[in-house]
Design a protein around this ligand. Sequence first.
Ligand SMILES: [Ca+2]
Ligand SMILES: [Ca+2]
Length: 307
Amino acid sequence: MPSHPSRRLPAALLLAALAVLPAAARAADLDRDGLDDALEDALLARFAPVVVLAPDERVRPASAPWLLARAALETAPGPPPRVLQASALGALAALLIPGTEEPGARLRLDAAAQAGSPDPADWTAYGHAYRAADGGILLQYWFLYPFNEAFWAFDHDGDWEHMTVRLDAAGRPLGAWLARHADAQPGPWFGWSALRREGEHPVVLSARGTHASYASPDDAPRWERLCPEAEPARAAAAGCPLWRPGAPGFGGVVNMGERGAARVAFLAWPGRWGATGAFGRDSRGAPPPGPAFQRGWCSEGAPGACP
Ligand SMILES: [Ca+2]
Ligand SMILES: [Ca+2]
């Protein structure tokens, strides 16, 4: 047993925190990054990817509220620390349980939650739009899979993955970086013409279990298992589930805002998104923190682009 208490406050606290923000989200630049939020939202929807899952994928995507409703929040180890984040989530949690606002805090997922949601209506892509260093705009799409299930030595809860679409100063798409494993800040580059597309939506393949992003079956190392087809109709015919985030029946594209001015409360929470690491063991280090605390968060951004 860990020496620090695990208390269950899943839906009650965390979802209450999530509900705090929408009324304020009507401001033109709520996330204070200098970009009009309506423009951010429109661009994120316009260029959202089509994600092709492996035919035998056992860990499906989820939304943050779906996962938080199926997890306990554990305090950080060590003496009661000071509050580091003043997010709605951190502030609310700190009122109730000192230590939950710390980077060492973490979620503990219900065992059944590791498989993700069987309902595509829960599959939500999380957007992050910000100014690029070259004057364009960058559109990140973060995908939440509750578990990385590949090789036991590398498994962990909280498998946040991402890709980044690059627009030039005129708003034209130039290409995308696809994050995969250690190459995730922002990952290998693919020009727009090198990406398969469905309209203006780039198509990416999500590797089985690891959920790393690839442009085509040939793009992946041999140890990864992908859908053998990247063209959506052929992929569907091959039994590969398709995830079109903004299309009817799916969970949408949610703009998270910026870490210092979040539009969803969970973004500013610095803790880790799970408690299980390699070989199924309890781990404080293997499960990653949320998107805004990963090194790829503001890749290629202009100075001060991500407040
Ligand atoms: Ca903004
Ligand atoms: Ca933004």
